[in-house]
Structures are given as C-alpha cells and as structure tokens.
Design a protein around this ligand. Structure first.
Ligand code: BGC
Ligand code: NOJ
Length: 813
C-alpha cells in the first residue's frame, strides 16, 4: 500500500524500506534534556536543552537536498564507498531498512555482502547520544572494510554559528586524546562545557578539520578521506571543527564486529578547567567514555530505554475496532506528545531551532497530551510558563528553554495566550489531585519579586479577558489570537515586516469570537476548580462571568448559520456571510461549541453542520472558506498565503481536533471518527505520494481543497495537533478523562463499534475498562460497574487500597 514503509505495530516501530521517501522522515532521540533529530537517512543534529543556545552538531536547513548533514558513517569496502543510510554518497545499496522506534533509530544498509547497522539513541537521564555500529560480513570471502564516522560540530550558539563567520572561522578548537575528540571552542573564555565525540575502542585514525576530511571543493557525497581510505590526523584550528574516527576491520565470512561511539555534552562542573596551559582537564568526559566502554553498557542502556517507554505508554492503552486509532493513540500520538512537550515549536525539519523557543500558548496546550505520562514534569513546566506572564495578564509569547526567560522576538500581545494557562493547570490538577500547585510561588516577568502564586496568575488571566473588551463586548484580539495570522491591528504594507510584530494594538477595537469561546471554556474550568476547592463564592463569580460572555456571544457573534470569527479594527465582521471571502472560520465554531454556546438554542448543532457543509473535506476540515484571493491589509498574514495553504483555508490539523471534540459533545461518534481519520497520518498511507509527510506523526497542515496540492501535508511533528488529537480521541471518542473526584468515562463512539477496552493508570490505580455497545448507539452512560458493583453516573470514584480496578460499562440510550 505504501511503497516507502509500514508500521510494525508489535515492535512499536515504523519501518522505512526505501531511503528516497517523499520528504525526509524524521525521528527524535532523547526524552529528557539531550535531544537529537534523526531522519531516515541519518540526517539531523544534536543539542542540549536548547536548539539555539546549546547546539552541539551542525545542520544546514533547507539544504539541497533538504536533508544533508548528520550522523554519518562512511564505509570503504575495498575501494567501494557507501553509507548504510544511503546518504550522502547515495551509492546504490543492495538493501536498506530504517526503523524509527521510541527514542531510537536503527538503520541497516547492505552492499556486496557487507551489512552495516547503525543504532542511535539517547539513554534516559543522560546528556549524550550513543551510536552502536555493527558491521557484518555476510559474504563468502574475507573482508577488510574501513569505517569512518563523521560529525560536524556546531559552535554552540546556532545563530552565531551561521551568520558570524568572520569570528567563527577563527575560534574553533579541539583536543584529541586516545579515541576521543573534544570540541572545546570558546572553552578558554566563558564556556564551562564542551562536546565529546569518542569511540569506545582504539581507533586507526581521526580527523578534526573539515577541510582535511571533506576537502574544500568536495561535498559530503564525495569527501576526500573516506574515498582515500585514510584519515589524516588533522587538528582543527579555526575554520570548521569536525569529529571523524577511522576503524579498520578484518572480518572472516560470517563474522561481525560492534563498535560504539559516544557523543556527549559535558559540563565541567566544579572541576578545574585545565590540567595545564591549552590542555583541558578531561576527567568528566573520560568517566563518560569509561562508563560506555564497559561490556554490555550500551546494550543495557538501550534495554532501559525500551523499559522507560513501555512504562510511559502503559499509562494509557486502548483497543478499539479501528487499527489506525489504536496504533496512533497507543504509541505514536503519545510519543509525539513527548516531542511537542520537550521541543514546543523549536526544532524540527520545519523549525530551525533558532526561531521559536517554547511558546506560551503552545506549551500550555502541549501539556494536555503529556500530563498523564509524567505529571511532575508538567508541574514544573506550568510554573515556568506562568513565570513568563506579565503582571497585567498579557504574556511573553515565547521563552528560551535554556534561560527560561521570555522574549518578544516573535511578537507579543496575543490576547488568547493567558487563557491557555487555565486549561493546562486544571488538567494537571485533575490528573494528580495536587492543588498545592495553585499556591506555588510564581512571580511575573515584569515583577520578579512579586510574592504571588499560580492561582493569582489564573485570576489575572480571567480578569484580563473580562476587562479588555471591545465595542461588541467581545474580547480584544491584540496582535492575534490562536490564529497567528489573523492580524487585525497590523496594517502592514512593508514586505520585510513581521505581521506579528508590526502594528499597534493600543486603542484598537478589533475583537475575537474565538477568545470569547475559549473564555467560556476557561470559566467553566475555573468554576469547577473552585467547586473542588470548596470556594463557592469564587465559583459563582466565574459562572457569572461565563453567563455574561455567553450572552455577548449569542447576541453579537451569531451570523445566522454559524458563529462569526471576529470584528476587525473598523468593526466589520470577519467570518460572516456578509464577507465576500472568509465567510466561515473553523476556530469560532470549535470554541463556541466547546465553551457551551448554542447548547439550548440549537446553534451548536447548526454551527457544526455548517462546518460539515462548508469546511469538511476527505483530508480534514479547512480553516475557512472561501479562501482570500487578495491581500487585505486589515486582516494581515492570513490573506498573504496562497489559497488553500496554512491559515488561508489550509487544513490546520490542530483546530480540526476541536471540531472532533464538538461532535463528541453533540453525541455524534460517527462524525467524530470520520473527522479524526481524515487527518490521521496512519490512514494516509494509501495516498502517501500526495500526503508526503511521515505517516506516524500528525502534521500541522494539510493543503486544503483550494490548493493545487490538496492533501499534501507539511510541518509535521511540532504541532498542537499532537496533544489535541490525544485529547480528542482519548477523552472525546473513548471518553476517558481525569476529573477532580475520579476518572470520568463517557465515550462517544461510532454506532457500529461493538465496544472497546482500555487501561488507564490514574493516581496510582490501574483502571481496566471495558465498554460494550450492544444497542448500536454513540453515547450514553447510565451507570458503571466497578469490580462488580454498580455506581451511579459516569465518574469512577477513587478506590482506596486497590491497585487494579475493573470497570464495565454498557452504553444505553
Ligand atoms: C508565521 C506563519 C505561521 C504563524 C503561526 C507566523 O509567525 O509567519 O507562517 O503560520 O506564525 O505559527
Ligand atoms: C502555529 C503556532 O505555533 C500556534 O501557536 C498557532 O496557534 C498556530 N500556528 C495557528 O496560527
């Protein structure tokens, strides 16, 4: 079906069987603080914590070909030079296979009876990457292959590394000792860290100068040294430091050898910096190499990685009648949620690691798909994000992971940002019951000494939206809301200006219906939180705010068949039948419905039917219709894109999930699944030449029906789609949701499903859930049976003393 690969569900791997995939297909190594990007041809790079400020190896984005540079092994087998991952030499291989797994990538290439397997991974809790390289002689004759490694070092600050060549060409420094290469640029002055690239056994040569190893006029596809078959012992002095080892092997027929390499970020800590002038004290680095030089150490680390992922995923596992939903939910979607949690929008094939750091709204949303895996990390993240809020309620739109400091480089005054903090905090408390987070000290970015706590931030957030409203009583939009490209205060006529930074929001009256809907949702969350805390008056106050905003939405935002999207700075509606283009938008339908608007007057259903009629396609729901054909200075970036892509009527998968949740709320499980499958990458394997992106992770965008390339996906991996799809399937369709007083189960499934089973670990208890659907309905839980005993309603109360609880549910109309 898919000529490029297939899922191996039992191994939780995606197997790529041809290297020339329609786009580079990426995997991530690392789950804690040390990360690597690794494509199916071993391309990518490595960084510690922060892809901008601690980049360890180099990568040139938007290269030709796209993906060039990475963890390369060159094989010289009797003069024939090739890479097991095909690139960069691109010699024809007799066989190739890449297995992207959870935190690791294994690539096996074979040519003329020699097989080379490369396994790359980051051991849990370590600041290093291991390469296990196995060379097998599968021929009938003796072979003497030479193996060369290659990594180009980045001089740590990735932006400077690219654009300040007059300096960087002169500062590169390395040391070589034994089988280890130490990249120590800038160590002599202000850095207390270096990159170590070591082989765990004796080597037959090395190079540390790119000019020597690759050449000046050569490229990575024809580098001098591997073709010559001999390293030159070059010592980088300025220019471009690299790490290359040479290993000469002698393999009898059937014989194999394994060689391991360590690529580490080494913090010198309290150790003295130097042994003597120009000679680094290498104690910390040597200890790392020693650790992984012990027999079995690399294999043990790899086994541990598998166990860590088994444990993480065991918090939620389900078996439904739909194979796509199962493999995505049980493995790949949760895996992607780890990546978005760790990386936000910083480093992928589309995010260069120097542009966006951790996004305020992004990271709050990413947490929704992650909190059930490692709640303690979610707690820390919430407090980090909240600390980048300003005391008036607005937020730094992003912060740098290394320093945790907010910056306004990609703009500020996005008037939805602060509300997402309510959603993440409530999700965390529901998952853990840990209300102490609300009292955790948390200052404001502009008042670092303020003795405030997290709850104060939530209150300030709610108050901000309540207060900052426009002529229709709707919340002001600022530079943009969730839709970064709907810039109603920008009025940009300068080609080199960022739409998100230009323009002045002060005194503007542009309003957002989406923020109003999100506010409804957040108010309900706050009210329920206060109920749980026993603060009745506060809960009532939140409900009053809710009622007020609901009234505004119903009186000011209904367009006749759907909810309008916004009012621009001149008070003209956006997303209305009055507009010639951009008549209906997805976001306001999603959030008004999820916030509870239109529930008693039939509008919710009507808005959703309008989505179905005007926006739904077989490849997902387009963001709006009809697309803008010309640039509108009063609407901003959304009108800058060609019709059918990105925010101009592309299929923005992220917001599709809100509609899916809307169908669940309305009880239509058939539509919920149909919509889900329309953007599900696993379900795109039968149209992979069109879809092009990885079939195992969600993409931010699929080209919409107005685009020439309808169905083509882009911007995979780092997207809010990951967390929200998890929410829409686990909590929406399967209906399993952490709640303050217990685990709530309220599925909304397709009528044809006979039922499903799921395991959910929640606050130390494992719930084994079985849902039966003998009546062929979508939704309806009247009672649940917990270990044989009936419980009214659909919330399973906490069991004390039991580690495993059996839950049975029969759906009844
Ligand atoms: C970018 C857009 C992008 C938007 C949302 C803007 O800064 O220019 O391309 O779609 O942010 O991420
Ligand atoms: C991607 C951004 O990271 C996210 O914050 C935004 O909401 C969407 N694009 C939509 O514009």
């Amino acid at each position: 079906m898919n000529p490029f690969g297939r899922f191996d569900d039992s191994k939780r791997e995606y197997v790529i069987t041809r290297p020339d995939t329609p786009l580079p297909w990426l995997n991530y190594l690392g789950q804690d603080e040390f990360f690597g990007l690794c494509t199916n041809t071993a391309g990518g790079y490595t960084f510690w914590k922060d892809a901008k400020m601690r980049r360890l190896t180099r990568y040139r984005y938007n290269n030709v070909p796209y993906d060039l540079g990475g963890r390369y092994i060159y094989v010289n087998d009797g003069g024939s030079v090739w890479n097991p991952g095909w690139k960069p030499v691109k010699a024809k291989l007799d066989s190739y296979e890449c297995r992207h797994g959870l935190g690791y990538t294994r690539i096996i290439g074979k040519k003329k009876g020699l097989e080379v397997e490369m396994l790359f991974f980051v051991p849990p809790g370590e600041n290093l990457e291991l390469w296990k390289v196995t060379v097998r002689n599968k021929s009938k004759t003796k072979k003497q292959p030479k193996i060369f490694t290659f990594q180009e070092f980045c001089l740590f600050d990735a932006a400077n590394d690219m654009n300040n060549l007059q300096r960087t060409y002169s500062i590169g420094e390395v040391e070589i000792e034994g089988s280890a290469i130490y990249h120590k640029t800038e160590y002599r002055e202000r850095r207390n860290h270096y990159t170590l690239f070591a082989c765990t056994r004796p080597i037959d040569g090395y190079d540390t100068s790119r000019d020597a190893f690759v050449g000046i006029h050569e490229g990575l596809h024809d580098p001098k040294v591997p073709f010559a078959g001999k390293c030159t012992k070059s010592k980088a002095f300025g220019w471009n430091p690299i790490g290359a080892h040479q290993i000469n092997l002698k393999l009898l027929p059937g014989q194999e050898e394994t060689i391991s390499f360590v690529l580490a970020y080494v913090d010198q800590g309290k150790e003295p910096k130097y042994d003597k002038l120009y000679v680094m004290n290498k104690k910390v680095g040597k200890a790392i190499v020693d650790k992984y030089s012990k027999p079995g150490a690399v294999d043990a680390a790899f086994a541990n990685l598998g166990k860590v992922w088994m444990d993480l995923l065991s918090n939620f596992q389900a078996k439904s009648p739909n194979a796509h939903a199962n493999r995505m939910l049980n493995v790949w979607n949760q895996y992607q949620c780890m990546a978005t949690f760790n990386m936000s929008r910083s480093a992928s094939m589309y995010e260069t690691g120097i542009g966006r750091g951790m996004g305020f709204r992004d990271s709050n949303q990413d947490l929704l798909g992650f909190v059930h895996m490692i709640p303690s990390r979610a707690r820390e993240r919430i407090l980090d994000i909240a600390a980048t809020q300003l005391s008036d309620g607005t937020c730094f739109h992003q912060y740098q992971p290394l320093t945790k400091e907010g910056n306004a480089e990609i703009g500020g005054d996005f008037y939805d940002d602060h509300l997402w903090l309510v959603l993440s905090t409530c999700a965390y408390i529901k998952e853990t019951g840990d209300v102490s987070i609300l009292q955790a000290p948390c200052a404001y970015a502009d008042q670092p000494d303020a003795k405030t706590d997290l709850l104060h931030h939530l209150e300030v957030s709610m108050a901000y939206t309540m207060k900052k409203r426009g002529p229709h009583g709707l919340p002001l939009i600022g530079h943009a809301d969730w839709n970064d490209c709907l810039n109603l205060n920008c009025f940009s006529t300068e080609p080199n200006e960022s739409f998100q930074c230009a323009g002045d929001v002060k005194g503007s009256n542009a309003e957002s219906v989406m923020i109003a809907g999100l506010f409804l949702y957040a108010s309900r969350e706050m009210a329920a939180l206060y109920d749980f805390l026993g603060h009745a008056a506060d809960a009532t106050r939140m409900r009053q705010g809710y009622d007020e905003m609901l009234n505004v939405i119903e009186t000011q935002a209904w367009d006749g068949e759907w909810y309008r999207r916004a009012y621009d700075a001149a008070g003209t509606p956006v997303g209305s039948k009055e507009n010639p283009e951009g008549k209906i938008f997805i976001e306001s339908q999603g959030w008004c419905v999820l916030g509870g608007a239109g529930q008693n007057n039939g509008r919710a259903k009507q808005a959703m039917e309008s989505v179905h009629k005007h926006l739904f396609t077989k490849n997902g729901v387009v963001l709006q219709q009809p697309p803008y054909s010309t640039y509108h200075v009063e609407l901003g970036e959304v009108t800058s894109y060609p019709p059918g892509v990105k925010e101009n009527a592309g299929i923005f998968c992220h917001n599709n999930t809100w509609i899916n949740l809307g169908w669940c709320l309305l009880g239509d499980g058939d539509r919920a699944l149909e919509y889900y499958l329309s953007i599900c990458p696993s379900a795109k394997e039968n149209q992979i030449e069109t879809y092009r992106s990885e079939p195992y992770v969600y993409a931010q965008m699929i080209a919409g029906k107005d685009a020439v390339c309808f169905g083509e996906a882009k911007n995979s991996w780092l997207t809010g789609t990951a967390a929200w799809t998890f929410v829409s399937v686990a909590e929406g369709i399967l209906g399993i949701k952490a709640d303050y007083k217990g685990l709530s189960v309220n599925p909304c499934i397709p009528k044809a499903w006979k039922g499903f089973t799921a395991t959910r670990k929640f606050r130390g208890v494992e719930y084994q859930i079985e849902v039966k659907n003998p009546n062929k309905i979508c939704k309806g839980v009247k009672s649940v049976t917990v270990d044989g005993k009936k419980v009214a309603g659909n919330v399973i109360p906490f069991e004390t003393g039991k580690k495993v609880v059996k839950v049975e549910i029969t759906l009844e109309a």
